[in-house]
Design a protein around this ligand. Structure first.
Ligand code: GLA
Length: 750
């Protein structure tokens, strides 16, 4: 083993201490340390700590994840795994990365099959390496030539820990992986747990749900080869009744994977909770040939001692600083106009140019032509796969339109759905074997489309070339990558018999590889992830695309609920919201334009209505809102979000429909903030409760402006108040009527 190490992660500096038996640990610093004598790895964040140790049998056992503990208690051996090897029960040692074997009954992280048929893992500590903020611990099987590299990256400023694993076949026989998760998180031994998660369906994504955990397993998952609308790969757990938006301990995590996945929360018979997650083991096996390795996606985990609000802000800051693709990560997202809801498939070059002119007049910065521009795409039954401009709609190609849009001073964007093919397309007629299908079985269509099998290098190679050509030959600044159906019948024509169940993972890997290559070759292009709305929103895709189309549902009341849930896991900047024609969305609800805009302004704003039909009054108001958005955009996209009155108030669970919602975005230096408030209906003449702001400087004076649409109108109710008063006494908004909203700007008085 190496000598004791203390590696500094953030200021102030800690010195590297070496030498036998030197265990001088100052746990007041955020750091990544190896304590030699107790053989403990200690990963300390600003408010959190994570610890694992190597026991007598050289197993790697989990010690602690939660608030920071004094280092002396680790050195004295007081912090122990909570059961010993001879105890009864499942997983007595709480193995840090449990392989299936020995007396493991709970969900394992890893299950393998060796060439001789043995399916029993005995992983033992072999070595470790500390490199800056990264720790790698290598485990080896006690007998077979198989190694596991556990990778940790400490992000102390966010109290987050990235975990992933690499599996290596170091022998000369193949090894089968039958389950290959990213991590198992072990939680402290508390009385009762509540799990918070995101669930939904098409048009109703990312709704916050809560469930009380008990002995047994509660699993959220996707078996669809995509992230899914049904569940999102994010979780939070808290002691039942002990955590809320602004208080209490919350442990949380999110998976960076856009294929099939699972997160399984399991309480064993001893009352201990573990949360296992990663690539789904359902219909999964992977053959590791001699010398090969398999790398899992990252499962990031975090701890907040200040409730769900702080947990979200930790994730948001992490995404902006570490996840979103560079160089655009810290650039402000442009205001989009997207023509889909205005025109659907019925498009042509003149009409798109007319829309672009209208959009420019409103203040739009990026004009996006959605579906319908390519092949024989006159409806949703034809054309997918033929990614060249329609000869009838764009007889001179895209250039007249891209030139016109650029000439107007806007960026130009295009919609594609690269994984899909309609049977009625030139591509499918030429390559019917390229789609997922089983022989002797029908090829089930959804929206008249089948899915190209990107696990095949020839298929993925073709799509890369087509997209690369599209981006090379046209002046395109933005691509919306859609995936309107998910995988079923995952048959893979011509696959070697050892590999058929690798198809799910290989498809997702190929999507990532295509995006990575295209980003490298066309670095200024912005990307949006879409899957029939928000069916592909996760940290994996968000490290390759700059934003996500949150939902096809643009009804503002529904959107408030969807966006509220989305913010628990993902930063506001990544969620795109358009204002479309009124009434719109699924409910055909008539709501004021301000209600639409205020809702959409809480993320990356877009407009998606048929501008050729908007009234002069709508146009005038829209100009005002777009101008207003440009002024508050840095706060929304880069600031800290406080859910002052969220839809669902943890830990009560359920639909917290009190009809009055408020969200605040605060600049990092706390000198500016913007508040959005929404009222469904006033009732019984009651005054609304005060909204208590957060994140301001108590001693500073702030100018408060309630903003009304209409450029001629000055802000109403301009007042100067102290941060303390705004946060303690709060603000009272006077609203009477239905579907009312307010935008309040707060700036430190000079
Ligand atoms: C999906 C997307 C929409 C639009 C259509 C086009 O439904 O979510 O935004 O792009 O496809 O067919």
């Amino acid at each position: 083993m190496k000598p004791s190490l203390i590696i500094r992660i953030v200021v102030p500096a800690l010195l590297l201490l070496c030498g036998a038996g030197v265990i001088s640990v100052d746990a007041s610093e955020a750091s990544l340390q190896f304590l030699e004598k107790p053989r403990i790895f200690l990963l300390t964040g600003q408010a959190s700590q994570y610890a694992v140790s190597v026991n007598q049998e050289r197993e790697l056992v989990h010690l602690w994840w939660g608030p920071r503990l004094p280092s002396a208690d680790y050195e004295s051996g007081a912090v122990l795994p909570s059961a010993n090897r001879t105890g009864w029960g499942e997983n007595p040692q709480y193995l840090e990365f449990p392989g299936w074997g020995e007396w493991r009954y709970l969900e394992p992280a890893l299950k393998v099959r060796f060439a001789d048929g043995v399916r029993d893992l005995r992983l033992r500590y072999a070595s470790h390496q500390i490199d800056g903020d990264r720790l790698t611990i290598t485990l080896k099987d006690a007998h077979y030539p198989f190694a596991v590299e556990l990778r940790y990256r400490l992000l102390p400023q966010f109290d987050l820990l990235e975990r992933s694993a690499v599996f290596k076949n170091t022998g000369d026989q193949p090894i089968g992986l039958e389950q290959a998760l990213s991590a198992v998180w072990h939680l402290p031994h508390l009385q009762a747990w509540t799990m918070t998660y995101l669930a939904g369906k098409w048009g109703a994504e990312t709704q916050l749900r809560q469930v009380g955990l008990d002995q047994g397993k509660f699993q959220i998952e996707s078996r669809r080869g995509a992230t899914s609308h049904q569940f999102n790969p994010w979780f939070a757990v808290s002691e039942a009744g002990r955590a809320g938006e602004e208080h209490g301990e919350v442990w949380f995590g999110a998976l960076a994977w856009s294929g099939s996945w699972k997160i399984a929360a399991e309480i064993n018979s001893a009352g201990r909770l573990q949360i296992a997650g990663g690539i789904h083991d359902f219909d999964f096996t992977w053959q590791l040939k001699p010398g090969e390795r398999f790398e899992t996606p990252v499962f990031v985990g975090g701890f907040s001692a200040e409730g769900f609000g702080a947990a979200s802000r930790q994730l948001h800051a992490y995404q902006l600083a570490e996840v979103l693709p560079r160089p655009q990560a810290r650039e402000l997202r442009p205001i989009i106009y997207n023509s889909w809801y205005a025109t659907e498939f019925n498009i042509n070059v003149e009409q798109q140019i007319s829309l672009a002119k209208k959009a420019k007049d409103l203040g739009v910065e990026l004009f996006v032509m959605d579906d319908g521009w390519f092949g024989k795409r006159d409806h949703d039954r034809a054309g997918l796969g033929d990614w060249f401009p329609s000869k009838t709609k764009f007889p001179q190609g895209l250039k007249p339109l891209t030139d016109a849009v650029h000439g107007l001073g806007m960026k130009f964007g295009l919609w594609v759905e690269p994984e899909m093919v309609n049977p009625d397309s030139d591509l499918y007629r030429a390559h019917p074997d390229w789609v997922f299908h089983f022989p002797n079985r029908p090829r089930t269509e959804q929206r008249s489309q089948l899915i190209l099998n990107f696990a095949r290098p020839d298929v993925a190679g073709h799509i890369f070339q087509v997209l690369d050509k599209l981006l090379t030959e046209n002046d395109i600044d933005f691509i919306k990558w859609d995936m309107n159906r998910h995988i079923m019948e995952p048959g893979w024509a011509g696959v070697p018999t050892t590999q058929p169940k690798e198809v799910w993972v290989r498809h997702t890997q190929a999507v990532y590889a295509i995006l990575d290559r295209l980003r490298a070759r066309h670095p200024r292009v912005l990307w949006e992830s879409c899957s029939g709305g928000g069916g592909r929103a996760d940290l994996g895709i968000l490290s390759r695309t700059d934003q996500v189309w949150t939902s096809d549902n643009t009804d503002p009341l529904d959107r408030l609920l969807i966006q509220d849930g989305y913010t628990y896991a993902y930063a506001a900047k990544t969620q795109v919201a358009w204002v479309t024609d009124n009434p719109d969305g699924i409910n055909r609800r008539d709501t004021p334009l301000a209600f639409h805009f205020h809702c959409a302004m809480m993320g990356t704003l877009g407009v998606g209505g048929n501008l050729l039909k908007w009234t002069a009054e709508e146009v005038a108001q829209t100009k005002w809102f777009l101008e207003e958005y440009k002024q508050i955009r840095p706060l929304v996209q880069e600031g800290q979000l406080y859910r002052l009155r969220p839809f669902v108030v943890p830990p009560s669970g359920g639909f917290g429909d009190n009809g009055f919602w408020a969200y605040e975005y605060v600049s990092p230096d706390r000198t500016r903030a913007v508040l959005f408030a929404f009222l469904r209906s006033s009732q019984l003449g009651n005054d609304l409760p005060a909204i208590r702001l957060r994140g301001l400087k108590p001693e500073a004076g702030y100018q408060v402006e309630v903003r009304q649409p209409g450029s001629a109108q000055p802000p109403t109710a301009v007042q100067t108040l102290s941060g303390a008063t705004l946060m303690e006494r709060g603000m009272t908004l006077r609203m009477r009527g239905d579907y009312l909203s307010a935008l309040v700007r707060i700036a430190e008085a000079k």
